[in-house]
Design a protein around this ligand. Sequence first.
Ligand SMILES: Cc1cc2nc3c(=O)[nH]c(=O)nc-3n(C[C@H](O)[C@H](O)[C@H](O)COP(=O)(O)OP(=O)(O)OC[C@H]3O[C@@H](n4cnc5c(N)ncnc54)[C@H](O)[C@@H]3O)c2cc1C
Length: 439
Amino acid sequence: MGSTASARNGTWRNWGGTVSVRPAREVAPASVDELAAAVRRAAEDGLPVKAVGTGHSFTSIAATDGLLIRPQLLTGIRDIDRAAGTVTVEAGTPLKRLNVALAREGLSLTNMGDIMEQTVSGAISTGTHGTGRDSASVAAQIRGLELVTADGSVLTCSEKENPDVFAAARIGLGALGIITAVTFAVEPVFLLTAREEPMPFDRVCAEFDQLHAENEHFEFYWFPHTGNTNTKRNNRSAGPERPVHPLRGWVDDELLSNGAFQVANWVGRAVPAGIPAIARISSRALSARTYTDIPYKVFTSPRRVRFVEMEYAVPREALVETLRELKAMVDRSPLRISFPVEVRTAPADDITLSTASGRDSAYVAVHMFKGTPYQGYFTAAERIFTAHEGRPHWGKIHTRDAEYFSRVYPRFGEFTALRDRLDPERRFRNDYLRRVLGA
Ligand SMILES: Cc1cc2nc3c(=O)[nH]c(=O)nc-3n(C[C@H](O)[C@H](O)[C@H](O)COP(=O)(O)OP(=O)(O)OC[C@H]3O[C@@H](n4cnc5c(N)ncnc54)[C@H](O)[C@@H]3O)c2cc1C
């Protein structure tokens, strides 16, 4: 927890430094019973309640001035069911701990995001995703959930049990209850071969459909002010295991992607006019490499340079047009952007408020170095994303409200009706939920 969200003098701050709040009180329950009792006590005192993970959301989705429930004592694996291919974990378990424990058992999740610092419950609640042609977000890999609801009772759900709750609560925005345990589908650990390769922006755009169709996991980073991208293709492999050489890993993943990149961002913040030249150098710093390793070592990497981020999911067929518009906007503006734009995909899923709910999606993420004004860039980018009926990541900066969401999510009313039933008094309210859900 110390390296992510911080709590000094009773103030809680998120990783990106965009949110700080003083909760009225904090608890770190060590059991479901303790957690349920804390929710009941808060109700008696008329306090709103919020559970936090590691504070990796850039929005104020986790903020509360009421009771803050911390995750650190609700961690670990509860059960592994090899016959069913599932593992049940306590809600506060960091993804890192889950990945390492699963690998030790010869198991793995199928797909994951870029980092593994977050808690399982925090990650799923905002729809955290990686990139995939056939496999979707972390929440889409859930087979069951256990929640403490507003009246302090325990509710379990799956495809068979309370299926209406299961449909929504996998990406519940913290609005439906406090998750206490998550059951994930897992599979025998497998190997992925990663091929990382620079590629011109125009070529990636021209060949995007093919690159997506031919690879299980395709993603790329475009460097604003340049026509350069770095692409990454991950595909299952029969082996042998060929991890990145430790020295090359240190040079690429620590020195260039974090250390030198941090320095480049400091220089860019001090002298914005130099950013295009820095971008041309950064975009050429990483050369092609191929390696084969277990999933979490291929999917995730350390992100030490602090930033703020906006990410929208657009219909996959609108991706190339969206990107060309974004590039044209940056090219004709005075903006100076030192962070690459990240592009990923997900297949349609069946979760009510998943950014990929009911539609094949492509994600476009824009970032700014922490401490640099981001509003101008994000506002211009958001105008492009929303023109394509984009859906913002629930944990990343956006300005959308319930009226917008009721248009871009066909099942929006299903979610709010369930919330009315499970939390009629809005025990789990905060300002963010009021804006995005409308009450
Ligand atoms: C460096 C960095 C890299 C990132 N990479 C990716 C990425 O690759 N893909 C992606 O999609 N996102 C990514 N994100 C976003 C991040 O995954 C999400 O914001 C995620 O929700 C953060 O998880 P957390 O544990 O920090 O939760 P928090 O940010 O602390 O909380 C998120 C939400 O979960 C709720 N919550 C937490 N615990 C519970 C619980 N027990 N019950 C009910 N609700 C709960 C909170 O109330 C809040 O609503 C990244 C963020 C950062 C800072």
